[in-house]
Design a protein around this ligand. Sequence first.
Ligand code: DOR
Length: 443
Amino acid sequence: MTDTFDFVIHGGVVFTPGGPVELDVGVRAGKIATLGKIDGDAGGRHFDAKGLTVLPGCIDEQVHFREPGPTHKEDLESGTRGAVLGGIVAVFEMPNTDPATTTEAAINDKIARATGRCWTDFAFYVGASPENADELYALERLPGCCGIKMFMGSSTGTLLVADDENVARVLKSGSRRVTVHSEDDMRLQERAALVAGGADVSMHPEWRDVETAVRSTQRLLSLAHKHHRRVHVLHVTTAEEMALLAQHKDIATVEVLPQHLTLAAPECYQRLGTLAQMNPPIREARHRDALWKAINDGVVDCIGSDHAPHTLEEKARPYPRSPSGLPGVQTTVPLMLNHVAEGRLTLQRFVDLMTAGPARIFGIAGKGRIAVGYDADFTVVDLKAKRTITNAWIASRTGWTAFDGMDVTGWPIATIIRGHVAMRDDAVLEKPVGAPVKFQETL
Ligand code: DOR
């Protein structure tokens, strides 16, 4: 008797844990049921992947979608529509909304808003604050919560845990990995006068300098060891931190962003002005080169977008009143595939950084590899496709990308989430099917 499936992917090169192999994938009840040769009459819906590469579903573990709060910039529907068009199957959303996500009620509110409206699977961070620092143990375990986010330096929003005493309280409360925006707030305040009266945006990496990042990461690592707490250092930007983090792989994982890998100062500020302004800043080429070396040395664990939408009107305010952050959830996969095409990293390394990496860091259950029993999540790509990234393609409410006009090789052709084809050929299909991401129960 022939096995039957709900959904079959035929004829693609499939990125299995053993590497790329030409085989078929059979899906039942949203999970991968079989990898191998599947007869044409096996039932269900079929997806012809001939000439395409079937990767595990790419996960973006850092996005800001602005809901509740300034939804004129983005909301959960528009943000996840951009994600799915960009080949992303799941997003972890940051807590610097309005109100900030610092309570059980706020997490539950986000899950209620997301249900039925998200094109990708989702989970939400709880924001650490001096007020909730001792309750994080309970909050981080709520269903639909991916973990804790701690801002050690002020950025968009009001969340801040600046001093060692409060950082230690956060690290002591709970056991899942704490994600950290690592910039030393005391130094940021001391140096704010450099730009406060108005300055050219190229001063941004001067104000928020290398020492600001290094000092904070040194403090964080020392407190993490003292309190035996695993940390995930987000959007690392400096050569100095990469050298330091390589010495602490026992306790710290590392994220980098495509914009820090693709752009460099001063050229990005001359060409893009405040569109290139973000925290921590885009720095000069020696740092970008060090990030690439850290990717290829294995020090970096994952790539996120830090999708941080602000409107063009807001970005047009004179620096430093212009807000920090760039949209990116839709452009991460094309940009990184282009880096693969140009030989800066292998496809295998890309897959590790965008699928198995986040699964390992956060203890995601059932995602992050193509294996029997895992969710049937796939990012189907054409590695040879030559396309141009344009503002017109961007689904974000903000309608712009810093990479408008860039020619790339490699493009997401379909995004498949638990057996549903959520995007095909640059169009969203069916209805939003997003559901909360699940995490390993033992953590
Ligand atoms: O540039 C940034 N923008 N960095 C952050 O840490 C926050 C983000 C935002 O939410 O706008």
